[in-house]
Design a binder for this molecule. Structure first.
Ligand SMILES: C=C(O[C@@H]1C=C(C(=O)O)C=C[C@H]1O)C(=O)O
Length: 422
């Protein structure tokens, strides 16, 4: 529903269970090198920002900055970017709202959009001065989202073999030089005969993976199951995933797989490292932290994950971006110890991750917001939009088997592959 307001180009989306926000146009935008720099830029911009918003107090209402950050700014050609949309259409708990940045529109001119759920936005604003603004913003959307045509997904067996070699090398290093866990990723290129319409990918991902956070920002599109940090009225929550198995297609077998996953010492050990890294990074910025003793099994259509939700009360000054800066890169996407794992990734992976596995999300004027980890995603090539690079990785620990890890990356590619082919 929300995704139908997406306009190609500069529009952004953040959707889960059919709720969230779509941002149109660009009020302000900046390239940054880190979440900390982004935080400083946003704090300054938001002071005295002229805006008209409905539903104040609801998470996601008011002015927002959407952003996505590179995994490792020292080893990428990509840039981290923050976008403050001019218009935001939001929906939560069956209610909808509109936020407009800049002057020229008074709050009374903003039509009540509470019924947006049933009605087209443009109909709603027909009698208002906003109509021109919204029409201008949506004029760039000439057609309904279109599935990409003649998609070819590269199968490069030599590259797969090289990746398995890297996994084997990582396992050797784990046995010999103090590395406990390292996450190795690979990328696969898909090509269509026409430019890929990000809106189609958003539509499909939001429909097929409703419990994930579907995002679209500046060519980065995906549906992440992993929440690096959500801050809502000062309450911080982090969902940590580590330990994965592929689903079989049969409920009965999946049940057995789930209980095997919950008892597997390899997966539990890998999971513990990821939880410890989050708890350690959060501790200086929070109080009253609750870290559950054992993980639960999170079911997604393609895979099962071991999951832990950590909660804490964030210090007043620790906004969502500051928390994300402290948490990234967690062991879920980097490894343990962080610096050794990061260096091993730069040396072994042979991949520019770009914004894959970096924080992606939004922040509001109060410092609340949500930053997921950009997983199960693709990056549409800015120079050739018929092309998209898909990414997937796995945590490598002692005893990891290269063939199984390769199969796990294939399972993690499924959401994007299906969105492209479907
Ligand atoms: C790195 C990815 O996923 C991460 C690695 C996981 C694992 O190794 O079990 C599980 C979830 C994510 O934290 C990915 O999806 O690309």
């Amino acid at each position: 529903m929300l995704e139908k307001y997406l306009v190609d180009g500069s529009s952004v989306a953040w959707i889960r269970h059919g709720e969230g926000m779509v941002g149109l146009g660009c009020y302000a935008c900046t390239d940054v090198t880190s979440p900390a720099e982004a935080d400083a830029w946003w704090s300054t911009l938001v002071e005295g920002l002229d805006h008209h918003s409905q539903m104040p107090g609801v998470a996601g209402s008011g002015p927002l900055a959407f952003g996505s950050f590179t995994f490792d700014p020292d080893h990428t050609e990509a840039v981290s970017r923050l976008i403050v949309p001019k218009v935001i259409i939001g929906r939560r708990q069956g209610q909808a709202w509109l936020t407009v940045l800049g002057d020229g529109v008074s709050p009374v001119e903003i039509p009540p959009l509470v019924e947006l759920v049933e009605t087209q936005l443009v109909e709603q604003v027909e009698t208002s001065p906003l109509v021109e603004l919204v029409e201008a913003l949506t004029a760039a959307r000439p057609t309904a989202p279109r599935a990409p045509r003649s998609v070819r997904i590269e199968v490069d067996e030599a590259a797969q073999a090289r990746w398995k070699e890297r996994v084997a090398e990582a396992v050797r290093r784990i046995e010999t030089n103090g590395l406990e866990k390292v996450v190795l990723a690979r990328s696969v290129t898909a090509r269509a005969s026409e430019p890929i319409d990000a809106r189609h990918l958003v539509d499909t991902l939001a429909r097929d993976y409703p419990s994930c956070w579907t995002y679209c920002i500046d060519g980065l599109v995906g549906a992440s199951p992993e929440m690096l940090i959500r801050r809502e009225r000062g309450l911080a929550t982090s969902r940590i995933l580590a330990g994965t198995i592929r689903r079989s297609g049969s409920d009965e077998t999946d049940l057995k797989l789930a209980s095997a996953l919950a008892r597997s010492s390899k997966n539990l050990g890998e999971h513990e490292l990821a939880v410890a890294s989050v708890a350690e990074s959060l501790a200086p910025l929070c109080s009253g932290m609750n870290v559950p003793e054992s993980p639960y099994v999170l079911e997604l259509p393609n895979v099962l994950h071991l999951a832990t939700d950590v909660t804490a009360v964030a210090h007043k000054k620790a906004g969502a971006l500051r928390l994300a800066a402290a948490l990234h890169p967690s062991a879920a996407v980097c490894g343990t110890p962080t610096s050794v794992a990061r260096a091993a990734i730069a040396e072994l992976e042979g991949l520019d991750r770009g914004r894959y596995s970096g924080p992606v999300g939004w922040i509001d004027a109060r410092g609340d917001g949500e930053w997921a980890i950009a997983l199960r995603c693709g990056i549409i090539d800015a120079d050739d939009p018929r092309q998209i690079r898909l990414f997937a990785g796995c945590g490598i620990v002692e005893g990891s088997d290269p063939d199984e890890e390769l199969a796990e990356t294939q399972a993690k590619l499924v959401p994007m592959v299906n969105a492209l082919l479907g």
